[in-house]
Ligand binder design. Structure first.
Ligand SMILES: C[S@@+](CC[C@H](N)C(=O)[O-])C[C@H]1O[C@@H](n2cnc3c(N)ncnc32)[C@H](O)[C@@H]1O
Length: 395
């Protein structure tokens, strides 16, 4: 199983059990240090015994000058059952009939035991020895949508976590409903979700700073079925899987997202053909955006990794429902070898398409039923335009 198919399995099974590594959290959080002073941070998909998000904020509680840190976990998490030590913790009222009940932790103070300015103990048992910090059972199952978790959400200023991949749309919708600042992990493909794209277009959400390509390693539960490349087991027997397409998603601004993408290519008709069903040119790679073209262009969704809202305007998503297609022709769908299937579609199944180019495309995807012309579909394009800033060098 590759990293990507691991993610698909997570979606399918709604297992969602991928645990973020501390190093990845540190690499991203360093861009936002100034936002946390006197703020309440909520990690609402995080078992405090296991989550590196909780650990990061506990470790950096004083440095970031946090007011409060709250973490809640979910009854469905297999980790809970593994944490038997929890039941020995003083002060926690247990439900013996239901030992898997999830809990919340509220940290209000982290004292520096040896007064050297650093806090090196993030052990939960140590933290709750301080009477200002409380570990309690939740009434419900810890679902981020539950009443008690929403109450905590309302109290919070900034939400930081890696939420379940399969509930990403709902998770984001709730953050916006309660008008929260957030920094969360998701997948780059969420750019193509109608609701998420709408927020992107309005410049209300964008990608974070530290991950723009490749894959990232996540810990998975011990019973996770790992069979192929992209996984490893460490010396303690912990399992890890590499996941592709991971991105940070946020509405916290950072300096780097206002830097221009340097454009060096010039427009030419051959390299930048027009789509047949939308009045824009196709650009295959973000770095190939022509510096001297001032109309609409269709670029890959990974353009968002380089997006500076002062340089470009995002206009539409190149799929049916987001932009208005012209040339609604009936076409035969061709198979992966470019052969007839006897099945038909309008507008390349609702995506942008352009004329088949034997030099660039392996096989055509569609054939016009009337003219016999061949076409290639161009999936998941963002329609963008350069902002006219009155520069004469095209940039
Ligand atoms: C991708 S994992 C990440 C865990 C942790 N935030 C981290 O990064 O290490 C998502 C977590 O969300 C939990 N979860 C799943 N559905 C949930 C829900 N409806 N409400 C709250 N948490 C949920 C899962 O049990 C899982 O632990």
């Amino acid at each position: 199983m590759s990293g990507n198919s691991g993610l698909k399995t997570a979606n399918k099974n709604k297992k969602d059990e991928f645990y973020t590594q501390l190093v990845d959290i540190e690499k991203e959080l360093k861009y936002y240090t100034s936002y946390f002073e006197n703020k309440t941070v909520f990690c609402n998909c995080d078992d405090p015994f296991e989550s590196n998000f909780f650990k990061y904020f506990a470790l950096n509680f004083n440095r970031l000058k946090l007011k409060k840190l709250i973490a809640t976990c979910y009854a469905g998490s297999p980790i809970i059952t593994e944490q038997l030590s929890l039941f020995e913790i003083n002060g926690l009222v247990l439900d013996k009939k239901n030992p898997k009940k999830p809990y919340k932790i509220e940290i209000n103070e982290i004292s520096d035991m040896n007064q050297d300015g650093a806090v090196d103990l993030t052990d939960v048992e140590y933290l709750i020895k301080n009477k200002k910090n409380i570990l309690t059972l939740l009434d419900g199952d810890g679902d981020f949508r539950s009443e008690e978790c929403i109450k905590l959400l309302k109290e919070a200023d900034i939400v930081v976590t890696n939420p379940p991949f399969s509930l990403f749309r709902e998770y984001i919708a709730q953050l916006f409903k309660y008008n929260k600042k957030f920094l969360i992990i998701g997948n780059v493909n969420a750019i193509t979700y109608k609701e998420i794209f709408s927020l992107i277009k309005q410049n209300k959400i964008w990608l974070g700073s530290s991950i723009h390509s490749g894959d990232r390693e996540f810990r998975v539960p011990n019973d996770y079925p790992l069979k192929a490349a992209g996984f490893r087991v460490d010396e303690k027997g912990n399992k890890y899987i590499r996941v592709k397409g991971v991105r940070w998603w946020t509405n916290l601004d950072y300096k780097e997202r206002h830097e221009d993408l340097i454009l060096y290519k010039k427009y030419n008709e051959e390299e930048y053909p027009y789509f047949c069903n939308y009045n824009a040119i196709n650009v295959n790679k973000t770095t190939d955006i022509p510096c001297d073209y001032k109309y609409e262009m269709g670029v890959p969704i990974t353009f968002m990794d380089k997006f500076n809202p002062e340089q470009f305007k995002i206009k539409a998503l190149g799929i049916v429902g987001s932009c208005t297609f012209t040339n609604n022709r009936k076409m035969e769908i061709l198979d992966k070898n470019g052969k007839s299937t006897g099945k038909y579609t309008i507008n390349a199944k609702g995506t942008l398409y352009r004329k088949f180019n034997p030099k660039a495309d392996k096989v055509p995807n569609f054939k016009d039923v009337i003219t016999g012309e061949l076409y290639s579909s161009i999936y998941a394009r963002l329609i963008i335009e350069k902002i006219d800033r009155g520069e004469n060098n095209g940039n």
